[in-house]
Design a protein around this ligand. Structure first.
Ligand code: ATR
Length: 300
């Protein structure tokens, strides 16, 4: 046994506010990043009850935290506690990263940039002039669909069982970016065979997430076109039913681990001012993929 001096009186602190947090892997991600970079930033889980969000934020300012992440269910609620919010985070209607600058709080959203970098690198293509299907219309869908519109997709088809939520996202895109968004109920989407027109399909729903591993948000009778790229924000399981089906048809498929890792890297860069090099990115991906596959096996 040795003295554990990874955290000392000089360490800076950051953390993640949310509830529940038991399944978050952000602490492992950020503390590994600190070690890889040789940077003295300790990252902890901060489980906060709804009525305590404002107090928690004041407390983090009082202890001079470098910044913090926000996750479900506070990505919208946090906004009223901040001094400045980035233009993109305002468009997405959600903040997942806050930087504390001497008591002044700056809000950002790194989810959409994390998604975009993971998609570009792992799929090897971008969104310009592509027709896209976004399945789902929750918090993740909004950041992703708006980002895809900013990236000049030719059309964004938003599909959701609660059509009003798809409509809200389409309004943001059509009114604030470009009239490129359409909405569909899952039934209409299937009836009109919209999926066959799409170059890229992105699942943002929880359909297929552990333990619901047999389900897919796309009718299993559909045969994917080999040219289609399919992205699933889910990373538990590592390959969802949707990704297995698409891969079976020869499609390029990508899961959500890259989005998770890149949103974390961008947050870390915002807090510290450091630039995470490509070699550190690579090492972090390798370590986290190995860790995650083992963590999933342990849980099942
Ligand atoms: P997140 O922040 O991860 O996006 P969310 O805001 O709760 O999470 O959104 C979950 C998405 O998955 C929603 O689009 C939800 O559909 P509704 O808006 O109709 O609720 C979708 N979803 C979850 N379970 C579903 C199911 N069994 N069938 C269809 N859609 C589902």
């Amino acid at each position: 046994m040795q003295i554990d001096d990874r955290i000392t009186g000089r360490s800076k602190i950051a953390g993640i506010i949310g509830n529940p947090l038991e399944h978050s892997i952000s602490p492992q991600l950020h503390n590994t990043l600190s070690r890889l970079l040789g940077n003295d930033l300790a990252y902890i889980p901060l489980r906060v009850e709804k009525n305590d969000l404002g107090n928690a934020v004041k407390g983090l300012i009082a202890v001079n935290a470098a910044g913090f992440n926000i996750t479900i269910p506070y990505k919208q609620d946090i906004m009223k506690h901040l001094d400045v919010i980035s233009e993109e985070a305002l468009l997405y209607g959600a903040v997942n990263t806050v930087k504390n600058n001497g008591g002044k709080l700056y809000g950002y959203n790194t989810d959409a940039d994390g998604f975009l970098r993971s998609f570009r690198e792992e799929a090897g293509i971008g969104f310009e002039n592509r027709e896209v299907a976004v399945l789902g219309a929750g918090g993740a869908a909004r950041a992703i669909a708006v980002k895809i519109a900013l990236e000049k997709a030719s059309r964004i088809n938003i599909v959701n069982r609660t059509l009003s939520k798809a409509s809200e996202i389409a309004e943001v895109i059509n009114n604030k970016i470009r009239p490129a968004a359409s909405i569909f109920s899952p039934e209409e989407f299937e009836k009109q065979n919209v999926i066959s027109r799409c170059d890229i399909i992105v699942n943002t729903t929880s359909i297929g997430m552990y333990p619901d591993v047999g389900s897919s948000p796309v009718n299993r009778a559909y045969t994917f076109l080999q040219s289609q790229v399919v992205y699933d924000v889910i990373y538990n399981p590592v390959k969802t039913r949707l990704l297995k089906d698409a891969e079976g048809s020869g499609c390029k498929v990508v899961n959500g681990l890259g989005m998770l890792i890149y949103q974390g890297i961008y947050a870390y860069e915002i807090w510290t001012g450091l630039k995470v090099s490509e070699s550190v990115v690579k090492e972090l991906f390798k370590l986290l993929l190995e860790y995650w596959e083992h963590a999933i096996i342990r849980e099942e």
